[in-house]
Design a protein around this ligand. Sequence first.
Ligand code: FAD
Length: 468
Amino acid sequence: MSALTRRAWLAGLGLVTASAAGALGYRAWRDRAPAAPPARNEAGALVWRNWSGVAHAYPQTRAAPASEGELAALLRTAHAPIRAVGAGHSFTALAATQGTLLSLDRLTGLVSHDAANHEAVVRAGARLGDLGPALSAIGQEMANLPDINRQTLAGAMATGTHGTGQGLRALHGEALSLRIVTPRGDIIDCDEVRNAGLYQCARVGLGAFGIVTQARLRNKALTRIRKRVALVALEEAYEQWPALVAAHRNAEMYVIPFTGLAATIVADETDDPVRPRGPDQDSAFLMALKGLRDWLGWSASARRAAAQALLANTPAEEAVDEGWRLLSNDRPHRFNEMEYHLPADAQIAALREVMGAIETHRSDVFFPIEVRRIAPDEAWLSPFYQRESGSIAVHAYYKDDHQFFFDLIEPIFRRHDGRPHWGKLHSLRAPDLAGLYPRWREAMDVRRELDPDGRLLNDYLRGLLIDA
Ligand SMILES: Cc1cc2nc3c(=O)[nH]c(=O)nc-3n(C[C@H](O)[C@H](O)[C@H](O)COP(=O)(O)OP(=O)(O)OC[C@H]3O[C@@H](n4cnc5c(N)ncnc54)[C@H](O)[C@@H]3O)c2cc1C
């Protein structure tokens, strides 16, 4: 090899090594966790953070009353803002407070049940994951469940937490009555007849209509379901969605950006013998999508070809078990999320726009987009109020930028008349929200009467419920 050729070869090698090191360096830089807030503030108060880490606060007082009486006494004197917290799984600053953070972790479990009507009275601090086996032991199950089961019952209902399935309401839609402790320390029972206005507000009450201590749930007789997960071509998934929703008790899909693929998930009741779900595959699948983004994010066509080669022949998975064992999942990889609930008929058109926007502008996105169906209900602040809804949820890895939710995606949701999930990120404030909820003014009257001094409101809630 001549000296010139050798020099050129070495220079080329140097360039390749430098760009590989640069690429690795860039990846390491991008993969850094966001800075954590200090563990204590200047006054010595311990930090509280939500699940994704995007919201935090330093509550002056933390309380976990062991009875309704203790809770009532506490509410009369506690430092405002008084904010109830469940499992802290909301993405927004709903529970953040520099006043009193109130947990119902000591008010859990079943109170009583009615075997003939499949109803159960449940304490509001119960985790959904604990209710599954407790209800199963009395031959009941909740009518539907969300994607995870770490939430408390009260926290889940307060934000309109839902699962998926035509004809299946969100969790609060099955709450036949609530018991509430007001900021004045009164204990009130409400349902469609007694204190009906409070009942319609507090079912999706954001912790602003008193503290819910228990709920009577309309459950169903315990059954087994068969759950099936399959990967299909994206266009096929769009076209099949209405039929899938109509044909199955639960139907859901995850459309996967930059792959041309979607995962469809359906579940139906069955008498078949138990075939337990295997170990979690979702996390490995998600990290494979991240790997494709990290290494091939610069070329949409290379990324799609690699995804199809890797994933397209993945066999369908099936499991048979009681619903509470199959409907919810583990989600060990943290993320941030925006979800809107749209009129069901607008769902696929909006979804196509969302996918188009992401694939055109955001090659960093690798999380699948979640698509679900929810039946209407009558709670005044329910995003499903008198509307058959199709939801679309966009996620971003907790280490990644999620500003595009607001700049790129939210305008699409708003154009399609969407209502935001109360527990997930959105930019709407009282004037926007008032236009989306036909019973808004009545709900605000109920809130003012219950809490005239706004002791249950933090800054975030003032922006949602009051600021004009
Ligand atoms: C990984 C993950 C998966 C998720 N999957 C889904 C899903 O499939 N479907 C869906 O709809 N949502 C989903 N969510 C959102 C989540 O269900 C909601 O944000 C829910 O509110 C969280 O419940 P929590 O117990 O953590 O309540 P928190 O987030 O702690 O609190 C939520 C609200 O409830 C209020 N609250 C809590 N306890 C009481 C009480 N006793 N009385 C009155 N108000 C109270 C709080 O003040 C607050 O306003 C998911 C979130 C995560 C992080």
